[in-house]
Design a binder for this molecule. Structure first.
Ligand code: DON
Length: 306
């Protein structure tokens, strides 16, 4: 495994076509596109790394996996009144489908769906309490108390909030948001501004590898059924309108973020985090996807067969 990761990281360092760093969140536009990291955490507690695997980056939409897990823990299946579980086939920040489907977002990973999930987590709580709970939860699943929100990234996104504010207002107009728009999106921006390294992210994904139990600490995070269902959502919706392409090329449940990270789950085998800030046209990490494709090719870890 170590040789394979070294080989992948070596190839990725040399790549000349690296995609475009997200620039609609100014703070992310400054990130050096030459970076590449990969970490593979296995259920027996080993972590293999290569490249910039210890460098914290903005996990952005990958945080939606943890927010969904927390929301399901609080609300159970009643969460599905507020958000669907079908792929959208639209870009992550699209408003189009909301109009056709009376303001109910297709799935928890598009922005509108993630905003609805935050609204559901907020029930009866102030944003500060919700953020503290979310941070504690991610620290718990990652087994790492050093994780933090990058407040500068959150503030930077807040200055350019109009697209997400529109989604939230549109849902509010359909009576689908329970809290004030500014409170919900402020909380959502902080959630997205979680900073994690590939190593921390791979460790945080381990409960999805091992039927809902963190195999390193032995603590149950969710039921086996729930872990399976979260993986299915990651497979179908985790890369937005690029989810089909990701399933085709990589064949693992995965969740991307505009910070250039991807968390991929190979059930019973490994939790994998990759990071390279340059994005493809859809907004998913260009080299991150390529690296995962190489890893799966060599390991035969695709859920669709060897
Ligand atoms: O709401 C946004 O636009 C960002 N905070 C997160 C979007 C994102 O990461 C999409 N992923 N590829």
């Amino acid at each position: 495994m170590q040789d394979l990761l070294n080989d992948i990281a070596g190839k990725m360092k040399l790549a000349t076509e690296r995609g475009q760093v997200a620039n609609y969140i100014p703070q992310l536009a400054h990130v050096d596109p030459q970076q590449f990291g990969i970490a593979v955490a296995t259920p027996d507690g080993q972590v293999f790394t290569a490249g910039d695997a210890h460098e914290p980056f903005s996990i952005q939409s990958i945080s939606k996996v943890f927010a969904l897990t927390l929301a399901l823990g609080k609300q159970g299946d009643s969460l599905w009144q507020y958000v669907g579980r079908e792929p959208s086939g639209d870009p992550f920040n699209s408003i189009v489908q909301l109009e056709h489907e009376s303001g109910k977002p297709r799935n928890p990973f598009i922005n509108a769906g993630a905003i609805a999930v935050v609204d559901a987590i907020m029930m009866g709580h102030e944003p500060k309490e919700v953020l503290a709970e979310l941070l504690n939860f991610v620290r718990f699943v990652a087994n790492d108390d050093s994780l933090y929100f990058d407040h500068e990234v959150a503030a930077s996104e807040l200055e350019h909030k109009h697209r997400n504010a529109s989604l939230a207002h549109f849902m509010k107009a359909f009576g689908r948001l329970h809290h004030e728009v500014d409170k919900v999106i402020g909380t959502y921006f902080h959630q997205c501004a979680l900073a994690m390294s590939c190593v921390q992210l791979a460790q945080a994904g381990l409960f999805l590898v091992a039927d809902g139990v963190n195999p390193v600490t032995g603590t149950r995070v969710v039921s086996a059924q729930r872990a399976r269902r979260i993986n299915s959502l990651m497979m179908m919706c985790g890369h937005y309108d690029g989810s089909g392409e990701f399933a085709f090329r990589v064949g693992l449940p995965g969740k991307s973020g505009v910070g250039g990270g991807i968390l991929a789950i190979a059930p019973a085998r490994a939790s994998i985090a990759v990071w390279s800030p340059g994005l493809d046209k859809i907004g998913n990490s260009l080299l991150g996807t390529r690296a995962l494709e190489m890893l799966v090719q060599e390991t035969g870890w695709s859920v669709f067969g060897h």
